[in-house]
Write a protein that binds this ligand. Sequence first.
Ligand code: ZN
Length: 439
Amino acid sequence: MRRVLFFLLAVAIIAGLTFAALHLPARATLAFGDIVVETSGTMALALFLAVVVVAYLVLRVAIGLLTLPRRWRRWRAGWRRRRGDRAVVRALVALAAGDSALARHESGRTRRFLGDTPQTLLLAAQAARQAGQEEEAAALFGALAGLPEASFLGLRGLFQQAVARQDWPAAATLARRAEASFPGALWLRRERLAMAVRSGAWREALALAGPEAPRAVFAAAAAATEVDPAAARRLARRAWREDPRLTAAALAYAGRLRAAGSGRAAQKILRAAWTANPHPDLAAFALAPLSDPMARHRAAQLLVSGRADDPESHLLLARTALDAGLVGQARHYAEAARQRLHQRRVFLLLTEIAEQEAAAEEAGEDAAARAAAVQAALRGAAAADPDPAWHCAACGAPAPAWQPVCHACGAAGRIVWESAAANAAPITRQNLPPPLTPR
Ligand SMILES: [Zn+2]
């Protein structure tokens, strides 16, 4: 509203001034040498205005002609940039869609329109890699590595190529250069860790591992390959401290302690490990120095004392009691184990116990009952879940023993000891099948 008022005011003022000028009683005299032109003031004003307008137009045309090359260059640069930007987007889309031919074509256009910038070099290198042109990609990544502000990108590409062709020395050199170019890069740390794991450099893996990585696994693996006994013991202790539930860590630490003559300390570690996570390997190692069956049974009782109600504890005590000739105790522990473990090994042990019981009976009704018990236990073994075994929790591949890395999928720290049935449905009191009728 205010603008309209101003406009009307300006129109009124200009109209008033023009009206006043047209009615001024003025005369003007223009002299061009001998030619003298005498005219009215109004005509002189109009002439003056016309001269101003023409001079302005001539000046505009002259300036336009003079700045034409510069404006042409600017327009052309803008045109190339717009074309280049469109090509960048098309190349990115083609890369994401996996159309390597189109990605190479568009990345070539980006270089033509925008020149060799870090962005266009990176795009072209990625497109070349996707198309399988590794040499061309290496040359482009090399050019990128030569640009001071983008050298990390080039080194990253060269590093990935080295890892892909499993050239570990070259990858290590490139990783060091990349680290110097961009210190503390999280990506590089992860890649170096993965490389250390792949090449079995466990100490380096341990040094690079963050809190989310299986450090106990790396420490246990490093302890196993360490030649210096003192350093190996330190690594094993670290593994055990990082994860007391890791059987391999406990075995490594207890093994180093026993080798150093600290048998009692080793047994203490094994007891703590059994309490944290019972595993038959712990028992086998703990009882290995003992040959007398009764001493083994007593040692087993001590070993499991921290977790006496666990089915693994029941199973171990049933085995050592049977070996020591304590068939009644063996039967008691095996029945306790069967309440919670529906696995083949439990039923096979029950079969053995039933056979021992049958052997103790010479003849008569009881002997027939015992023979029936053996048959029942054998039938139970046939129908039972498979025993727990080492396998990869990531890909399910079986492993003959614990390993730091799955040989099938390369996952670190994923080898677990579980029953195949436990993967499908964990055994709980709710889904446990009813126990066989005790005899
Ligand atoms: Zn695996």
